[in-house]
Design a protein around this ligand. Structure first.
Ligand code: HEM
Length: 139
């Protein structure tokens, strides 16, 4: 990612952070619409789950300028996801639901450049998570 892309991701995330609960609702609504089979993997309260997701995303976004600091936590998160029943192929629909959520949440402020920056950020994160949890070949 370029420094400019990191700024775009950080600035746009700051704008969805105040509407985190609504964003999480949009996100899971979209995910369960496109990929209904993952619904059964979620056992807990979805509002609580949404808060955890947004908090973790926030930590990753804030750490983009210092990847060495965030990747170890992202990798152990990925390994826990194997036990939740998550498969490598689930990362793509999750990424798409994330982009959808940002688009709905930010409206015109979600410019094509910002979209590209988020695709780069999610690609980096999901690639590292998949490689760690399922091996390099899957990523
Ligand atoms: C790529 C970034 C992702 C982030 C930042 C993320 C974040 C989180 C967090 C913070 C938790 C709470 C539990 C823990 O910390 O171990 C969690 C649980 C979970 N995540 Fe993710 N996740 C990601 C990707 C995915 C994907 C691709 C799926 C596939 C559907 C998924 C499905 C789940 C499930 C099923 C749980 C457990 C829910 C439960 O116990 O009811 N996550 N995730």
């Amino acid at each position: 990612m370029t420094p400019k892309q990191i700024d775009l991701v950080q600035d746009s995330f700051a704008k969805v952070a105040p509407i985190a609960d609504a964003a999480a609702t949009l996100f899971y609504g979209r995910l369960f619409e496109t990929t209904p089979e993952v619904r059964l993997l979620f056992k807990g309260d979805m509002q609580e789950q949404g808060r955890k997701l947004m908090a973790t995303l926030g930590a990753v976004v804030n750490g983009l300028k210092n990847l060495d600091a965030i990747l170890p936590a992202a990798k152990s998160l990925a390994v826990r996801h194997v036990a939740y029943g998550v498969k490598p192929g689930h990362y793509r629909p999750v990424g798409e639901a994330l982009i959808f959520t940002l688009e709905k949440g930010l409206g015109d402020e979600f410019t094509p450049e910002t979209r590209e920056a988020w695709i780069a950020a999610y690609g980096l994160l999901s690639g590292a998570m998949i490689a760690e949890a399922y091996g390099m070949a899957a990523a």
